[in-house]
Design a protein around this ligand. Sequence first.
Ligand SMILES: Cc1cc2nc3c(=O)[nH]c(=O)nc-3n(C[C@H](O)[C@H](O)[C@H](O)COP(=O)(O)OP(=O)(O)OC[C@H]3O[C@@H](n4cnc5c(N)ncnc54)[C@H](O)[C@@H]3O)c2cc1C
Length: 333
Amino acid sequence: MPIVKNFFIGLSNNSLLNNTAKEIGPMLGANKVVAGNTIPALVDTIERLNNKGITVTVDCLGEFVVTEGEAIRAKDQILEVMYAIYNHNLDGHISVKLSQLGSEFDIDLAYRNLREILLKANEFNNMHINIDTEKYNSLFDITQVLDRLKGEFKNVGTVIQAYLYKADALVDKYPELRLRMVKGAYKEADTIAFQTKEEIDENYIRLIEKRLLSAKNVTSIATHDDRVITHIKQFIKDNKIERDRYEFQMLYGFRSDLAETIAKEGNNFCIYVPYGDDWFSYFMRRLAERPQNLNLMFKEIMKPKILKKAGFVTIGITAIGATIALVSRLFKK
Ligand SMILES: Cc1cc2nc3c(=O)[nH]c(=O)nc-3n(C[C@H](O)[C@H](O)[C@H](O)COP(=O)(O)OP(=O)(O)OC[C@H]3O[C@@H](n4cnc5c(N)ncnc54)[C@H](O)[C@@H]3O)c2cc1C
């Protein structure tokens, strides 16, 4: 359903909608997949997950950073979250996007911000810092920054997007780093990335297997796809991969029952917890991946107080999204 995917990816990149949504606060169902915008709310969420034997990686939301001041504020917010995790003795680490640290306009600023985060992380029990991957045109910056930092810090890692033709080479390049393996969330050209679900799934499974057999650090298998999870669990068993060499990851608010079951089976499990006001772009990408996630929106939109608060923007986005989802369903039938 490329039309639906393109639509939501388009919305996720719209800075006007992102700024408007920031002022309104998490809604349209996003409050089910974003863990609040205050430190106490975040701490509560992490405590609840930790009590179930699940660790977390916190993503301080925010991608449209265009000034040095915004990049420094983003870095300070991350430091505040790290301090809260450490101070409350919680089991968690940080996921960060280079773009929020300023890489889109000053790569050296992003490097300095990330280095400051890593220095602080060393004081906080060597907390792990993961660099999330974004659009393909930022991959070069990510690997450059990573290559500068990985000698100095052992607690830095990144994400492999299996839809990229380059993913194979990246798995080979970083055996010593902790890596998260994902299918990939952005729209990329066919000169850069596999396009069909079949090709992406096949490459995803192949790369996870290769990584599990060759890596010298933890591999995070980040997917909600039970077919992939079942296959990989069997692979882990057949190849006697030790428990401390892998973990499963899912996004907060999605497939929580399955996450808890996998954790109860004795596997390490980590939930990716988005936090903060800048929820719109993140939420639109989740809708692009799986338009059925619109049901989160519909449940929320029926509440009269929400309609009143969000007014035109909410109704507009929801109506367009709903129309596209319905039309694409009809075509599918
Ligand atoms: C922890 C984490 C971190 C991530 N970090 C990044 C990153 O740094 N960079 C990046 O590009 N992408 C990232 N992603 C997103 C990732 O690339 C995918 O876009 C996203 O995970 C959707 O793909 P999927 O593997 O879950 O399976 P999909 O191919 O979307 O779904 C496969 C099947 O899984 C089942 N399923 C999926 N979701 C649900 C659901 N909510 N309820 C019920 N069944 C469901 C359905 O049967 C579906 O057909 C991350 C994902 C996770 C989980």
